[in-house]
Design a protein around this ligand. Structure first.
Ligand code: ZN
Length: 238
């Protein structure tokens, strides 16, 4: 652990919850940031305080490092429109070769707002769950995009901005394994019970968590969990 502070982009989903655990393990002081960007389903935002409270209750060492939670409104994506995440439309492939769950520039806006908040809070280290392995082709999840953004923000703020993406090269099974390594079976169970990744925000329960079971996010989560559970040994079997 180093003595620095980190700001985690914390949406209330599976990936950002693992990133939060990673930051709590690696930094002396950790703050969290969520965005209200007009997402059609509010379940993810509602999960955030529940997850934060559970982490404080279950992990005393992490609770001592966990600082303020910030929620910033960002209305541009919904105002621009055209995404299944901000409008009611059937999830499908678009003419650009990307699923219509893509919100153009979303991560760039999020990282810019996070760096600006970090500037005010004296925090240079941002942590995000972007991942190139299962990324549906979203170009703003790529390692090169993220590091170029860190360079642009460092120049634009005239202060160093570092962006850490602990999940960048992990598949969903490896993300569950990382959750277990960081927080044991308690964290795996917390993620299963409380995080929301389903595009339809279905409350249906499965062994891998809640969701419709049919949308791309559910399929990815379910197959990753099945692969994780079929691995030789892990503590959450007990
Ligand atoms: Zn779903």
């Amino acid at each position: 652990m180093n003595d620095q502070s980190a700001l985690v982009l914390f949406s209330g989903g599976q990936d950002s919850t693992v990133c939060l655990a990673w930051a709590l393990e690696n930094y002396a002081h950790v703050e969290t940031l969520g965005f209200d960007y007009g997402q059609r389903h509010r379940a993810e935002l509602a999960a955030r305080p529940v997850l934060l409270a559970a982490i404080r209750a279950q992990y005393p060492a992490w609770a001592a490092r966990l600082g303020d939670d910030h929620l910033i409104p960002l209305s541009a994506p919904a105002a621009i429109g055209g995404s299944a995440l901000t409008e009611s439309m059937v999830i499908a492939m678009g003419q650009d070769g990307l699923p219509n769950t893509f919100v153009p520039g979303r991560n760039l806006m999020f990282l810019t707002a996070a760096a600006a908040l970090g500037y005010r809070r004296g925090i240079a280290d941002l942590v995000g769950g972007m991942c190139e392995t299962d990324f549906s082709g979203y170009p703003d999840c790529r390692h090169d995009t993220i590091q170029a953004t860190a360079n642009a923000l460092t120049l634009g703020l005239a202060r160093e901005v570092r962006i850490h993406t602990p999940l960048m090269w992990l598949d969903k099974a490896a993300t569950w394994t990382l959750a277990e390594k960081l927080g044991g079976a308690v964290l795996v169970d917390l993620i299963r019970a409380q995080t929301v990744t389903c595009y339809e925000a279905s409350p249906a329960r499965h062994d891998w968590g809640q969701g419709c079971g049919e949308c791309p996010a559910c399929k990815l989560r379910a197959s990753g969990y099945a692969q994780y559970m079929s691995a030789p040994k892990h503590s959450s079997e007990a």
